[in-house]
Design a protein around this ligand. Sequence first.
Ligand code: NM2
Ligand code: OGA
Ligand code: ZN
Ligand code: ZN
Length: 341
Amino acid sequence: MAAVEIPSAVWLRDNCPCPECRHPSGQRLLDSVSIPADLAVVSATHRDGGLEVAFTDGHVSTFDDGWLAERPERRRVRLWDASIAGGLPTERFDEVAGDGEALRRWLTAVDELGFAVLTGGPTEPGTVTRVAELFGYVRETNYGRLFDVRSVIDATNLAYTGLGLGAHSDNPYRDPTPTLQLLHCLASSAGGGDNTLVDGFRAAEELRAHDRSAFELLASTPVRFRYRDEETELEAERAVLELDVEGELRAVRFNTRSALPPRLEPAAMQAFYDAYRAFGRLLGSPELLIRFKLEPGDLFIVDNERVLHGRTGYSEAGERHLQGCYADRDGLRSRLAVLSR
Ligand code: NM2
Ligand code: OGA
Ligand code: ZN
Ligand code: ZN
């Protein structure tokens, strides 16, 4: 008899796989809360690769050894820096649109690196939402189901000017913040307008390693973000660095355009700006940042809670026109998981 460690009786009873306790859909029929605290195991017998357990409530369950040994896998996060520039995660539009394996590779890059590029696509308006629909659902916002990024008169957002934009995440003033952003290039004959990307998690880890108190300050100081125009008023408060229960990075939110003035005590103010400056400098550092020019038909997608994007300024001569949309990461991960089955 192999030695299989028996976890708590309540846990075993709660996770009984028999048809009385589990619906064929995989959902639990048994009410976990109704299991008495004093439930005990009467006997446990190992046979045929499984463990048969009898409980004091009269129920008998059989657990597969392999299932008992399973541990949830941690998601693979691959931090990157400017040295990735020679080999950007890139797929061809036609392949990703037509073939599950190319789509799976593309989505894997987004999942692990927080961004990916698609080249050789059409320059037809609306392509960006078509790409989002390959893996999930478009997240409609006040900017529309998709939005045109080009220079306009009376711009309501700096994105709609020819100005350069430093590394930022979009819509930190929204709750919840969209977790994915796609940008598709329709025209790029204007001089300038290169795109930039930086791994916010990589920059934050650098800060954690070299200036722990700055890191902790950015993870614990709430920052309010706001966007306002004629028919919209959005506001949300979040730390620049958000950590999960294990202290691992969960999200980075950085957008100097829409951050409201911090209202801190004078001593805290200085420390906050020092930390903010240190992080902002890392986000702009040539060791971490990549820069590339989208050709008409090209597109990139970023995990908007991890990889920050920006652009260099561009001239009014020639044309630069992108279309963007938002989507959610859960849909992408679901599609990736199904493709990986
Ligand atoms: N646009 C491009 O989050 C932001 O305000 C950045 C977003 C206007 C949808 C720009
Ligand atoms: C945006 C943005 C970058 C660009 O629209 O959110 O950051 O390349 N645009 O114009
Ligand atoms: Zn059962
Ligand atoms: Zn943006």
